[in-house]
Write a protein that binds this ligand. Sequence first.
Ligand code: SF4
Length: 501
Amino acid sequence: MTSHLAQGFLRPRSVIPGLLRAGTRSFLLPNPCHGTRRASHYTPTSGQQTPQGRYWAKIPRWEDASVDTFLAHKWQMSNSVHTLPALSDLMRSVLPETIPPQRPSPRGQNEYPGISTPEDLIRSFEVAAQKAPMAFRLSPHILSVIDWTDPLNDPVRRQFIPLESVINVTHPAATLDPVHEVDHSPARGVIHRYPNKALFMATSICPVYCRFCFRSYTVGTETETVKKMRFLPLMKQWEPKFEYIERTPSLHDIVISGGDTYLLEPEQIAYLGDRLLAIPHIKRFRFATKGLGVSPSRLLDPNDSWIDTVIGLSKKGRKMGKEVCVHTHINNKQETSWITRQGTQRLYEEGVIVRNQSVLLNGVNNTFDQLSELVHTLSDMHIEPYYVYQGDVIRGAEDLRTPLSDSHELELQIRDQTAGFLIPRFVYDVPGLAGKRPTLSAQNYDRKLGVANFTAPRLQGQYVKYWDPLWSLSEDAQKEVQSYFADRSSDQAAHQMAAAA
Ligand code: SF4
């Protein structure tokens, strides 16, 4: 499938009409280190020539920011918002006098009672921020694609800005490490859950922090409620990870992640790539980054060589018969802009394979229209819609999870509408050693109680449960689930007391 993308079987439909015809295709100058350096970084974008133009100008503090300013990665970083007063101030400057209510959902949810004015919403956010396991951090790009005229219904706001009424609801099975990574870490910052694949945690910071992050135990700055296991992006801290990979010949495949490789310097990307390419048994690796969706400016910034370095490594890898690619994470079409499209067009022209790993999220992409639009947007940007993950049972994001039945129904519907090689794999990342299993492969699924059992050859007859979110259950079923966990914890307490005696 991926080779189809790489070999150009797809028509490059994502090019903005008129821009490439009129404009300056990026051209490349050799860079002595890695990749190439761009002399001209983007096709002409002055105002009306782009479908979304200066879409950031709706934020009063950036209304005068030029295209060049907005494309500067350093400007994006220094204008990211990550403190309570800064985000509250920004919201005061963009919210309408009356906040439209949440649209009635077919399931009758009313997640945000009592929010009708900007101050209601800001107060709700400020309370939630004190309780959330994930810190918040938003890039100027993400702040600019949120529809502030309708924040309660906005699919981007839902992912990054918590509100009080939803942060208080937690499933009794929820944890900060839902796939049990910490149990499978043979060296600090290496996660080894698959026979021939491992994860290299290069950093624990990201350009934005997602409320539903399945690495809430490590990613982001510490919060009032969670102390984090930090991984600093320092080369000397990477050495034990390289040593583990070098002495483990069964490993062929490495995911460089964290955190987000988008916040690594180009020199660090080059160092990581060269070290891995030099290991004979490593045949493939990918840089995991949400940057393409949440802070795409870096892809077009002429003064930054992150993308050039990745392109250089991809080409070098191809010559060695190895695959170096990018895995990104876009959940809703609204996260993308003309900057994303031009950046991914460049990666496509340069032959870099890009795959997307979405998480199925309530109110973000769990309707057929939203998911179908996402799949086709990604395809048109030459990004393979690789995975749609079932949301992990994580603390602080119960409102964003979806019942397994959503995944089942959406897979069947998307399969009806989409070319086979663009159909994502709908999977649940089963904790521990089972790996990613198709959600339709659940051994059984009690829809009333919202519990499914998964197994896999490496589980040797054992089963792992997936729990649907509480909001998707009837009140009786919710009580039954709560009492199941209460019984379990009193059993465990009894066992512990017996052991202690
Ligand atoms: S970008 Fe990825 S690692 Fe970072 S907070 Fe979001 S989900 Fe977690």
